[in-house]
Design a protein around this ligand. Structure first.
Ligand code: HEM
Length: 155
């Protein structure tokens, strides 16, 4: 038999049909978001630099992972499922520095490139980098360092 269903089954077996049916280059979906989120935080938790920060703050991981799926679904698919205040959550993290953000973005890029096609990975990374930048402005920006009078006082 060579009807379309058989083609679909054969395609699935070769691992090429699902992506064509569900998403094209540069397009993601909920299943891919969940794979990315689980795989990324799996790495984060094992990471020498970031693991302790996350493991100290998060004791029950499943709700955090589901929240992050909602977050990325809102960002990438504009579903509006995430209703939270990321800035407030990050301002609580007193040990985090810009180096932690560099590492976060590196691991995120690595994971996205493994899970998604190249174009989709790039879209995820672009969004993440932009959000990381605004979080860092909120966390680390010190207006006094840009004020000449104050700068004198700081040497
Ligand atoms: C050094 C980099 C980062 C660290 C160490 C970090 C750490 C954390 C931790 C520990 C939490 C849980 C806070 C809590 O429940 O009390 C959290 C929440 C969250 N993070 Fe990050 N994060 C980082 C970067 C990012 C970036 C770049 C994004 C977005 C692209 C992001 C998005 C979020 C969101 C949406 C939440 C949930 C906030 C809420 O409770 O609604 N994080 N992060």
């Amino acid at each position: 038999m060579t009807d379309n269903r058989d083609d679909a089954e054969a395609g699935k077996a070769r691992g090429i049909w699902c992506r064509e049916a569900d998403a094209g280059p540069g397009v993601t979906n909920e299943a891919e978001i969940e794979t990315l989120v689980r795989s990324f935080y799996g790495r984060i938790r094992q990471d020498e630099m970031l693991g302790p920060v996350f493991n100290n703050a998060i004791h029950d991981w499943e709700p955090h992972l589901l929240k992050m799926c909602d977050f990325w679904s809102s960002v990438m698919l504009t579903t509006g499922r995430y209703k939270g205040q990321p800035m407030r959550a990050h301002l609580k993290l007193k040990t985090v520095t810009p180096k932690h953000f560099d590492r976060w973005l590196m691991l995120f890029r690595e994971t996205a490139e493994e899970v998604c096609d190249a174009e989709t990975a790039e879209r995820f990374v672009e969004k993440a980098a932009r959000i990381a930048e605004s979080l860092q402005l909120g966390m680390f920006f010190k207006p006094q360092l840009h004020d000449p009078e104050q700068r004198q006082a700081y040497g």
